[in-house]
Design a protein around this ligand. Sequence first.
Ligand SMILES: NC(=O)c1ccc[n+]([C@@H]2O[C@H](COP(=O)([O-])OP(=O)(O)OC[C@H]3O[C@@H](n4cnc5c(N)ncnc54)[C@H](OP(=O)(O)O)[C@@H]3O)[C@@H](O)[C@H]2O)c1
Length: 262
Amino acid sequence: MASTSDFDAKSASPKIILVTGANRGLGNAITHALASAYPQHTYILGIRTLSSSTTALTDLRAAFPDTTFSAIELDVSSDASIAAAAAHLTATYPHLDVLVNNAGIATRAQPGQDAWREQCNRVLDVNCTAVGAVTWAFMPLLKAGGEPQVINLSSARASMHLQTTAQLPPTASIPYSVSKTALNVLMLELAKLEPGVLFQAVLTVLWRQSPGHCRTALNGFTGKKEPLDGAEVVVRLVGDEGERWGQGFWEFEDGEVRRVAW
Ligand SMILES: NC(=O)c1ccc[n+]([C@@H]2O[C@H](COP(=O)([O-])OP(=O)(O)OC[C@H]3O[C@@H](n4cnc5c(N)ncnc54)[C@H](OP(=O)(O)O)[C@@H]3O)[C@@H](O)[C@H]2O)c1
């Protein structure tokens, strides 16, 4: 993983950060990578179903004993769960600095199959509709802080430029590609409604150098990349105190943050 030592990460002012879908995969890796780079921040893990068997919180506390972590039940497909989480965080914290919309799903359903409509709608719901609902529910808490930032986990499949110019093989999940493209458009529209909030989409896969995914349950652990490497783009954007990278679609390639064409 690229080093964060080229910028003064640990001196950055303390932030309160919520990561959805933080119990495993990239969400878990993002929280680990952020805590490693910025132990002074406070991290809230949004977890679909909190139970005594959820080890994400205890693992983070053991790895970073000087950092503050908490977990909250947050099923992004449930309006009641979103409202309860927003109410709890509003009662607990003065503001929210960063919302990382990471929770996501995929499906292999294809048009023509019985499951197509239901599965496609489900993927759209979790990967796009829910991001709008979650972001809006936390908007008052985000705006209560100084420089609110919303980071959405997107995909190379969401880039119309890459879809039409790059050598992307057929996707394993058409609903997933559609949902991530819709997510990018959702983000651009939300940014127009809330110009004071920094909205960013990220591409976590270093696909240019060696195409593939991060090794997570989303792709049956067939990915070639380490989730911690995929998390680095989020680490960079959260640490961008100098505001070098504004609203946009970003990746971390060859040791630097680069803009991805929409
Ligand atoms: N892996 C890659 O190469 C790759 C590439 C580009 C983008 N991404 C994006 O990265 C994000 C994380 O993916 P991943 O690869 O880490 O997948 P993953 O290992 O399958 O993790 C997905 C996470 O989302 C959570 N989640 C799913 N539905 C949810 C819901 N309704 N409410 C709350 N949480 C929910 C899961 O919680 P449960 O454990 O409860 O199911 C899990 O924590 C996704 O948005 C994905 O599209 C991944």
